[in-house]
Design a binder for this molecule. Structure first.
Ligand SMILES: [Zn+2]
Length: 286
């Protein structure tokens, strides 16, 4: 899970990444993310740390399935453009990437995506930190959900840096996810695990009332996986879920103050979900 125990310590010696290989790897990962429905074509952004001073990142307003390696932009750790093709500029969400690299030296890659099942669970009020399948702990520990922030504002960076100091997977309410890793592959695997486990939780909630794994077993899983769990109180790490008061305030900020859904509509949606899941299961049996 989170690496707060490593925060503040010098990271391992960082090799200078081959820029050409890094450009190709980002384009391939972006295409995979789009093809797999982990975000819309224009959604999200990816970056890798090229060396101690430079970050390679996806440009603003690009189709994630059709990126050319030459489209990518190099910025410094303050977000100033160092190299960009004509007409290209960094994404307006660059601030969250800069926050991640500032949070921990060992972060080598950052992916911001809009994974639909994970975002939908958060919207529906299902805490992502409730774990239903053990693989989550092995993949990235526990996901944290940050307070709501308005996308592209400096507030995003300020809030996320605190979370990314402690957690490898952070959900931004009504928006998307940030997954980090030592490498781009690791960040992709964590995004994939987040969305896959969210789909399982969604299906289970549609069929019945699944029980999350008990805290004692979560702690055991951390030991087996060799991951020290984040000790929120002792480490100064932010909590895994925003408080109810903070969530209500965030909903008000987002203009969502009315009832979430009429009961009849909620029941109809639930019935449709159950039917969809059962149909998928029957198809899988054939
Ligand atoms: Zn976004």
């Amino acid at each position: 899970m989170g690496n707060a125990h490593r925060a503040g310590r010098p990271g391992p010696p960082r090799e200078r990444l081959d820029e050409g290989a890094a450009r190709a790897a980002i384009c391939e990962a972006a295409r995979e993310i789009w093809l797999r429905g982990l975000g819309g074509a224009g959604d999200g952004n990816l970056s890798v740390r090229l060396d101690a001073r430079r970050i390679l990142t996806t440009p603003s307003a690009c189709h994630k399935g059709h990126l050319d390696p030459e489209d990518l932009v190099i910025v410094d750790l303050q977000g100033r453009t160092v190299v960009a093709a004509r007409g290209r500029k960094p994404s307006s969400e660059l601030v969250l990437h800069l926050a991640a690299y500032a949070a921990r030296d060992e972060i080598g890659a950052v992916i911001h995506a809009h994974p639909p099942a994970a975002v939908a669970l958060e919207l529906a009020g299902v805490p992502l930190s409730q774990i239903y399948v053990s693989e989550v702990v092995f993949a990235f520990g526990l996901p944290a959900t940050a307070p709501y922030t308005t996308p592209t504002t400096d507030e995003v960076g300020r809030v996320l840096q605190e979370y990314l100091r402690c957690y490898d997977v952070v959900l931004m309410p009504r928006h998307g996810s940030v997954t980090v890793g030592a490498s781009l592959d690791e960040a992709v695997l964590r995004l994939d695990a987040l969305e896959h486990s969210a789909k399982i939780a969604w299906m289970a909630h549609a069929i019945g009332a699944p029980k999350p794994i008990a805290p004692t077993e979560i702690a055991h899983l951390h030991r087996v996986a060799g991951r020290p769990p984040v000790d929120v109180g002792a480490s100064g790490c932010p909590p895994l879920e925003p408080s109810r008061a903070r969530r209500d305030a965030a909903n008000a900020d987002a203009g969502a103050t009315g009832p979430s859904a009429a009961p009849a509509r909620a029941a109809a949606v639930e019935a449709a979900l159950v039917e969809a899941v059962l149909a998928a299961l029957r198809k899988g049996d054939s």
